[in-house]
Write a protein that binds this ligand. Structure first.
Ligand SMILES: *[C@@H]1O[C@H](CO)[C@@H](O)[C@H](O)[C@H]1NC(C)=O
Ligand SMILES: *[C@@H]1O[C@H](CO)[C@@H](O)[C@H](O)[C@H]1NC(C)=O
Ligand SMILES: *[C@@H]1O[C@H](CO)[C@@H](O)[C@H](O)[C@H]1NC(C)=O
Ligand SMILES: *[C@@H]1O[C@H](CO)[C@@H](O)[C@H](O)[C@H]1NC(C)=O
Ligand SMILES: *[C@@H]1O[C@H](CO)[C@@H](O)[C@H](O)[C@H]1NC(C)=O
Ligand SMILES: *[C@@H]1O[C@H](CO)[C@@H](O)[C@H](O)[C@H]1NC(C)=O
Ligand SMILES: *[C@@H]1O[C@H](CO)[C@@H](O)[C@H](O)[C@H]1NC(C)=O
Ligand SMILES: *[C@@H]1O[C@H](CO)[C@@H](O)[C@H](O)[C@H]1NC(C)=O
Ligand SMILES: *[C@@H]1O[C@H](CO)[C@@H](O)[C@H](O)[C@H]1NC(C)=O
Ligand SMILES: *[C@@H]1O[C@H](CO)[C@@H](O)[C@H](O)[C@H]1NC(C)=O
Ligand SMILES: *[C@@H]1O[C@H](CO)[C@@H](O)[C@H](O)[C@H]1NC(C)=O
Ligand SMILES: *[C@@H]1O[C@H](CO)[C@@H](O)[C@H](O)[C@H]1NC(C)=O
Length: 432
């Protein structure tokens, strides 16, 4: 009796010890083995792929929480952390379609399948992923429609489906109250600018609709939040003038609308965009004077407004933009002298004023722009000498002065001998 008791006690101790070992080992590997339904969903997902490192890597391990690119976490119901909450597989060489089984990962918060070769459509089952906050499907070959799938994903904060082959009128899309980033650039979306994106997302910061087939005016931006920092609409077929509402986006840092069919004048209200760093509006039909309000835009780094129909003088307040690196106003109808005090523009790397009607002499102060690499003033009505001080422009790579009325260019040649990198002087046209 006594002996048996001791044996039983020892046995029980071992059982306890073994259990302790098990659980502590279990905790170490990943607090839990993965949820069986998530496991099956991921297996099905990888089963639909025809290439990519995960296809083989995933088959060697039973616990899907351990798989490359899979992150498990708390399911919000007790302390079990065995639900898949992130699937992060950018640049894995993935080929094939996106399985509808992903729609069963209903705790998924973050999905990144960017920079692969995935094709086909977004499965309708995606609309069950109500907890999705971050989606990056950019740089694949996905096609078809997205509105039906994405509408109703109310937790969405960042949506990047750029550089795919999606095609649809997005007009009805919207209703993402927590949206910060909306990037659908470089697809084949059609129709007008979807107004509900801005109306429903009061905190939106990045809006990128560039490189699509959007038409109509910019009215759809009327209710964009003043928290907007980047707005990109380049290379669409947008028309009409810039709406007044645009000038109230006081946090805007990057604004690009190049290569559209926009017209009308830039308003003096531009002065209210005091956070602006890049203003890229080339390849439109803007006309009138460029408002002389750059004293209020002291953060400005790039003004690229070539190939419009701007007239009138160069705005003298540009000289107050101490950060300006690129000033490109070529191919407009600007007149008057180059009357800027370049001494205040030490960052200037590109100055392109070619193909305008500028006249008068070159300003001496230009030689204070020690970082100047590209100076293009061809096809104007400039006169006078090339200042000797140009010998200070030792960084210069490209200089085009042709089709002006300069006096005695030969004198300038000696000055420019200091410019060791120079390769184009003075008659060759330089085209970007
Ligand atoms: C994707 O996987 C499912 C389930 O295994 C299968 O029924 C379907 O045919 C697959 N589709 C493709 C295109 O491979
Ligand atoms: C297949 O995926 C691997 C990465 O896992 C990648 O290196 C390879 O280029 C891919 N092959 C094809 C044909 O896409
Ligand atoms: C929480 O777990 C219990 C049983 O474990 C289940 O009945 C319930 O539906 C779960 N609730 C949620 C919100 O997942
Ligand atoms: C997609 O957009 C998000 C948010 O702007 C960004 O963090 C991510 O780098 C983008 N993806 C790619 C591949 O550029
Ligand atoms: C949108 O995504 C593209 C990548 O496809 C990226 O180059 C671009 O910077 C993104 N736009 C914004 C505003 O982040
Ligand atoms: C646009 O997307 C295509 C693929 O759809 C890609 O080849 C191209 O590099 C993208 N362009 C930019 C500027 O991102
Ligand atoms: C902007 O919001 C106002 C007020 O809610 C609304 O009447 C108007 O239609 C909205 N404009 C757009 C373009 O959505
Ligand atoms: C651009 O807009 C003008 C009217 O402002 C119109 O006459 C012209 O046809 C438009 N061009 C294109 C390519 O849409
Ligand atoms: C522009 O700057 C001037 C002078 O600093 C200032 O008086 C004016 O209020 C500014 N305007 C705006 C719209 O910020
Ligand atoms: C000059 O601008 C006009 C539009 O004003 C455009 O049609 C033309 O292609 C541009 N020329 C060059 C050389 O950029
Ligand atoms: C040009 O600006 C500099 C400071 O950036 C100033 O010292 C100089 O007096 C100005 N020159 C003229 C002619 O206004
Ligand atoms: C000025 O440019 C035009 C082409 O726009 C050319 O035909 C002409 O010969 C040039 N004139 C001079 C003096 O270089």
């Amino acid at each position: 009796m006594m002996v048996l008791d001791i044996v039983t006690m020892t046995f029980l101790k071992w059982v306890f010890f073994a259990c302790f070992l098990c659980s502590s080992l279990g905790l170490k590997t990943s607090s839990q083995s993965c949820d069986p339904s998530d496991y099956l969903a991921l297996r099905e997902f990888s089963g639909n792929l025809t290439n990519g490192s995960i296809v083989t890597a995933w088959s060697n391990e039973a616990n899907c929480c351990q798989w490359d690119g899979v992150v498990c976490g708390n399911n919000g119901n007790g302390s079990t952390g065995n639900r898949v909450i992130k699937l992060i597989l950018p640049r894995k060489g993935l080929k094939g379609i996106i399985s509808q089984s992903l729609g069963r990962l209903d705790k998924l918060k973050s999905l990144d399948l960017s920079c692969n070769h995935l094709q086909g459509g977004l499965p309708m089952e995606f609309s069950s992923l109500k907890q999705l906050e971050v989606v990056d499907l950019s740089h694949n070959m996905l096609s078809g429609r997205v509105s039906g799938v994405l509408s109703g994903l109310l937790s969405m904060q960042s949506l990047n489906i750029s550089s795919n082959l999606f095609k649809e009128d997005l007009f009805e899309l919207g209703g993402f109250p927590n949206l910060l980033v909306f990037n659908v650039s470089n697809n084949s979306f059609t129709g007008r600018i979807p107004p509900h994106i801005c109306s429903s997302s009061s905190g939106i910061r990045f809006l990128d609709l560039s490189m699509n087939h959007l038409v109509g005016n910019l009215e759809g931006l009327d209710n964009c939040s003043t928290s907007l920092q980047q707005l990109h609409l380049d290379s669409n077929s947008l028309s009409g003038s810039l709406p007044d509402s645009l000038y109230s986006l006081s946090a805007l840092q990057q604004f690009s609308i190049s290569n559209n069919n926009l017209s009308g004048q830039l308003s003096k209200e531009l002065s209210k965009l005091s956070s602006l760093r890049t203003l890229v509006i080339y390849g439109n039909r803007f006309s009138g004077y460029i408002p002389n309000v750059f004293g209020n835009l002291t953060q400005l780094e790039q003004l690229v407004a070539h190939s419009n129909m701007f007239s009138g003088p160069l705005p003298s307040t540009l000289a107050l933009c101490t950060e300006l690196c690129i000033l490109d106003l070529r191919n407009n109808s600007l007149t008057g002298p180059i009357d800027l005090n370049f001494t205040g523009m030490p960052s200037l790397g590109t100055l392109d004023l070619a193909s305008n009607h500028l006249f008068g002499p070159l300003p001496n102060s230009l030689s204070d722009c020690q970082k100047l690499k590209v100076l293009s003033l061809a096809k104007n009505e400039l006169t006078g000498h090339i200042p000797n001080s140009f010998a200070k422009l030792t960084s210069i790579l490209v200089l085009t002065l042709s089709n002006n009325s300069f006096f005695d260019l030969s004198g300038a040649l000696s000055a420019l001998q200091q410019c060791k990198n120079l390769y184009s002087y003075p008659h060759k046209e330089f085209h970007w």
